[in-house]
Design a binder for this molecule. Structure first.
Ligand SMILES: NC(=O)c1ccc[n+]([C@@H]2O[C@H](COP(=O)([O-])OP(=O)(O)OC[C@H]3O[C@@H](n4cnc5c(N)ncnc54)[C@H](OP(=O)(O)O)[C@@H]3O)[C@@H](O)[C@H]2O)c1
Length: 287
């Protein structure tokens, strides 16, 4: 199949490139700036840019990983956040409508408030975002659904993996290796997602022409603190460097949902999603 990928220099874009490289699909990596993996400039906030690339490449599917994904930056700069996360997705939806293209879009657990007792959310649970980022991603879902195009929205949680772009696992490991203290909260609980698993789920959604909302994340619920302890123990690093703190100690700009996890039955049965165990993913990332 012919697949256009946006945001190719990001954490997920990079993992999708590595997966597509092993496949028979023809694909084009793009980003709003040239360099890195991007072979073409595609700024999703510019309709001209979207139209130019799509009309010349003529993809059957677009995987949109482009986003303003820094939660605190979104809180400080609502305008740019909305432009990329909502207006950019509207541009992609319009072009998908015009050329009958299947759109695979990534959303987030931050559309939920994380106040559910067990913290496990289903695809049809009622969203209630606490931050500008969460609001923008929920708005992006609504733009796609109301456009009526063929689409799959994959919501995911705290993504980590192997990329120069810092992510939670590389951040914690680097800090501990340098002998520096790291503050990790125990009152924010997530189901961290190995980026390679998410990349495979995106490609599976393309191949299966999946439509609708899918929850895609790791299979284990843990706090940031638990994750730090697991990383220190796996790599035999000094766990005494991990400061056990609470959310109120961090003064984060945007509010975070306390506990978020996903029920995975739908993605396991319809996308053949198969989450990698944390220890196995650490082995894959750093070996
Ligand atoms: N990472 C997580 O923990 C997490 C959790 C839940 C959901 N998600 C969602 O997963 C998706 C992928 O996230 P990620 O972690 O791969 O993010 P990322 O590493 O920040 O990658 C996003 C990419 O989009 C690019 N971009 C920004 N504005 C653009 C524009 N106008 N046009 C085209 N590209 C643009 C960025 O370019 P620059 O390199 O120049 O910044 C970046 O390379 C996003 O939709 C995000 O909201 C992520």
């Amino acid at each position: 199949m012919k697949i256009l990928v946006t945001g190719s220099n990001g954490l997920l874009g990079n993992a999708i490139h590595l997966e597509l490289n092993k496949s028979n699909h023809k694909y084009l990596n793009t980003s709003h700036t040239i360099g890195g993996l991007a072979k073409k400039v595609l700024d999703i906030t510019s309709m001209d840019s979207v139209e130019n690339v799509v009309s010349s490449f003529q993809p059957e599917a677009i995987i949109n990983t482009a986003a303003m994904a820094n939660v605190d930056k979104c809180e400080k700069d609502r305008g740019t956040c909305w432009d990329v996360n909502v207006n950019g997705v509207r541009n992609l939806s319009e072009v998908c409508d015009r050329y009958n293209i299947h759109l695979i879009h990534i959303s987030t657990d931050y559309i939920f408030d994380g106040l559910k007792d067990d913290g496990i959310y289903f695809e049809d649970d009622k969203p209630s975002p606490l931050s500008v980022y969460g609001e923008s991603k929920l708005a992006s879902e609504k733009v796609i659904i109301s456009s009526g195009i063929r689409s799959a929205i994959l919501r995911t949680i705290l993504v980590y993996g192997n990329h120069e772009r810092k992510n939670i696992v590389t951040f914690i490991k680097e800090k501990l290796e340098m002998g520096e203290k790291v503050d990790l909260v125990s009152d924010q609980v997530r189901m961290p997602t190995f980026v390679d698993d998410l990349a495979k789920a995106c490609i599976s959604a393309v191949e299966k022409k999946a439509e609708g909302i899918y929850h895609v994340c790791g299979d284990k619920k843990m706090s940031y603190y638990d994750l730090g302890i697991a990383i220190s123990s796996y790599f035999s690093l000094n766990s005494n460097l991990i400061n056990h703190v609470q959310t109120k100690d961090l003064n984060q700009i945007a509010a975070r949902p306390p506990i978020t996890g996903f029920d995975l039955k739908k993605s396991i049965s319809e996308l053949d999603f198969d989450p990698t165990k944390l220890e196995d993913s650490l082995k894959k990332i750093f070996n």
